[in-house]
Design a protein around this ligand. Structure first.
Ligand SMILES: Nc1ncnc2c1ncn2[C@@H]1O[C@H](COP(=O)(O)OP(=O)(O)OP(=O)(O)O)[C@@H](O)[C@H]1O
Ligand SMILES: [Mg+2]
Length: 236
């Protein structure tokens, strides 16, 4: 059984069908990349999966159980983590405060939480920035912080929207290596990226979207050769 299954998902905004009868499966400990031109429905698909918006039709399952009527905070508890195309950190809070902000008060021993935050910040190389306000970090560091904050809740599957956009190549490498390490430990990733080079290198499988639909799917090698893909990108 796949970990995540999207079945015939459709979402309209007015007359615009942003996601159109889209189906997708992600297996446990798999890295799946989603590529496609601007406006092809990639972010909308992630928004449907983590419950920010609701389907018009179709279904979404996590380990075979329907999740498409659940709210984002319920989906977080079920193990779905998410980062955003436009990074969502609290700019006025410190790095450490950002890390702790995601955890519900009273849920866990404060010392354990702080220790967990330290360890994750160490892992992503931000442990010397604990007391810095998040707004003073570079764009790439803010993306790393948002990623680490998601890890505070130990998600099963991480939905990452453009994690490499506007990020220094060194940080892209660091983040890619972290993702590969975490997959080895059993975590699953669904990653949107325009960085074809990095996402091809990282992913087991690529899904190509165009105008809300899945137009191709396969290994990065297969996708490179696919005529539909060339069509989606070049519009021919
Ligand atoms: N909340 C919304 N209200 C109205 N239209 C929306 C909304 N969100 C997305 N859309 C529209 O849905 C379509 C798909 O947008 P989406 O953001 O999912 O594309 P994308 O593939 O993530 O694009 P990009 O690569 O530029 O991030 C676009 O036409 C967009 O304008
Ligand atoms: Mg997007």
């Amino acid at each position: 059984m796949s970990l995540l299954k999207v079945e015939n998902a459709t979402k309209r905004f007015g007359g615009n069908v942003a996601v159109n009868a889209m189906s997708l499966e992600v297996n446990e400990a798999e890295i799946v990349g989603i590529i496609g031109p601007n406006g092809s429905g990639k972010t909308t698909l992630l928004n449907l999966i983590n419950g920010i918006i609701q389907l018009d039709s179709g279904a979404i399952f996590l380990r075979g159980k329907p999740i498409h009527n659940k709210k984002p905070h319920q989906l977080v508890r079920l193990g779905i983590g998410r980062t955003f195309q436009i990074t969502r950190v609290f700019r006025e809070l410190t790095v450490l405060e950002n890390m702790l902000s995601i955890v519900e008060a009273g849920k866990s021993d404060k010392n354990n939480l702080v220790e967990n935050a330290f360890n994750l910040l160490e892992l992503i190389g931000l442990s010397d920035k604990l007391d810095a306000r998040a707004g003073t970090l570079s764009g790439g560091q803010q993306k790393l912080l948002e990623f680490a904050r998601t890890l505070m809740l130990n998600p099963t599957i991480l939905l990452l929207d453009e994690p490499f956009a506007g990020v220094h190549p060194k940080i892209v490498m660091k983040l890619s290596e972290l993702i590969l390490d975490m997959r080895k430990q059993g975590k699953t990733f669904l990653i949107i990226s325009h960085d074809i080079h990095t996402i091809s290198w990282l992913s087991d499988r690529l899904v190509v979207m165009n105008e809300g639909r899945k137009v191709a799917e396969g290994s990065p090698e297969q996708i490179k050769q696919d005529r539909e893909v060339v069509r989606a990108y070049l519009g021919v």
